[in-house]
Ligand binder design. Structure first.
Ligand code: HEM
Length: 378
């Protein structure tokens, strides 16, 4: 009797193991198009790695696959993970809006970064994430996030930055280097400020217009710029929006995972499919922007010189999982940028212009460059 019992358990175990292995080979039914995989547990990982090396970064490999499969939604199997990439504004809007896409994948790398716990707000999902997100939001409100306290902190940091620049008197510096702009808490903010300053070397005529606007609006006022000043400085604001669109430092956002089996763009997605959001592709969509490869801040200004056209600019994502630091990042970006340009003019160093090609990574970042920060005579 015992033998029969043990044999049945063993049989069930074997059947389950075989069906799990078979599942690894099989493409789910009505799944978005994408490269086939022949190896279980590896999927198309090697092929994808080769594409990344060939094209210079994940986002470029994704652009290639989107074109190859001629589809705004496509799939790839990375290791055991079924990954679906969405690249159009319509589909991305849907992912941001629908609750079943609010999950975060539970994979080796996330666990590695969280000591096996997967507990941080950025990497958790379900009830745990809901509780953490509302807790963090409450705490941020209590410490004056988005209010004067935040502004005071930004001003203190701006003062430090200006002192460092002054101390380097006529020695060319790279803003991304050393501790110049690393105090904002998130490297994404520092990288964006670095790119905004770099753009002043690439487009001196834009720098002139910003200086003109700063002088007209802030004049001889010796006080620090305030975030609220952006309402009177539409050109500067438009330049900062264009920096975020043009460089799209978080080109592929998410990752998210489906919390239940669902559908998207006419395809079926099993529960726990990883979803990657191609923000960079939306920011460079030719049909919408017409000339996305050109750095042109005016695209964000209407005939009354007011900010417009921002609904497809999503550097911070959108929906319930939108970046929690977006207010701080926007305020720091504006205040630091205007604060530095109010006092200094950026000049290129020995005729060498910075490269517009960014270094790929979790976040795209500028290649090292140097600039002279010349004190302005106002
Ligand atoms: C220019 C600077 C920044 C950019 C471009 C940026 C962008 C993003 C993006 C694209 C996401 C993913 C949203 C999604 O899953 O759909 C995100 C999430 C997040 N960001 Fe930022 N971020 C910036 C600065 C900051 C700062 C300064 C903080 C902290 C004060 C911060 C805290 C967070 C947190 C906690 C999340 C996870 C939210 C969640 O999973 O519920 N970010 N950010």
């Amino acid at each position: 009797m015992l033998e029969i019992f043990l044999a049945s358990i063993a049989l069930i175990f074997v059947i389950r193991a075989i069906s799990a292995i078979l599942k690894e080979f099989r493409r789910p039914e009505n799944f978005p198009p994408g490269p086939n995989w022949f190896l279980p547990f590896v999927g198309s990982s090697r092929y994808f790695k080769k594409l990344c090396q060939l094209f210079g970064g994940q986002h470029k490999a994704f652009d290639y696959l989107a074109k190859k499969y001629n589809s705004p939604i496509f799939s790839i199997k990375l290791g055991r993970e079924l990954v679906v990439v969405v690249t159009t504004h319509e589909l991305i809007k849907e992912v941001h809006a629908r609750e079943e896409f609010d999950g975060r994948p539970d994979n080796f790398f996330i666990r590695l970064r969280t000591m096996g716990t997967r507990l941080g707000i950025t990497s958790s999902d379900g009830r745990n994430w809901h509780e953490q997100r509302s807790f963090v939001l409450r705490q941020l409100r209590n410490v004056g996030f988005g209010k004067t306290k935040m502004e005071e902190q930004i001003h203190a940091e701006l003062n430090e930055i200006l002192d460092i620049i002054k101390s380097k008197k006529d020695i060319p510096i790279w803003p991304g280097e050393s501790s110049l702009i690393s105090t904002t808490g998130a490297s994404s903010t520092a990288i964006t400020i670095d790119l905004a300053l770099m753009s002043m070397l690439l487009y001196p005529e834009i720098q002139k217009k910003i200086h003109k606007e700063i002088d007209e609006v802030l004049g001889e006022n010796s006080e620090m710029p305030r975030y609220i000043d952006r309402n009177r400085m539409p050109y500067t604001e438009a330049v900062l929006l264009e920096v975020q669109r043009f460089y799209s430092i978080i080109s592929v956002s998410g990752p998210r995972r489906t919390m239940k089996a669902t559908t998207l763009g006419g395809y079926d997605l099993p529960k726990y499919t990883t979803i990657l959001i191609g923000l960079g592709t939306v920011h460079k969509d030719e049909d919408y922007w017409k000339d996305p490869q050109i750095f042109r801040p005016e695209r964000f200004l209407d005939e009354n010189n007011s900010i417009c056209n921002t609904e497809r600019l999503l550097p911070f994502g959108a929906g319930r999982r939108k970046c929690l630091g977006d207010q701080l990042a926007r305020a720091a970006l504006f205040t630091f940028f205007v604060g530095i340009l109010k006092e200094f003019s950026l000049e290129k160093c020995e005729n060498a212009l910075p490269s517009k090609d960014l270094t790929p990574g979790l976040m795209m970042s500028p290649k090292p460059y140097k600039a002279y920060f010349r004190k302005r005579k106002i």
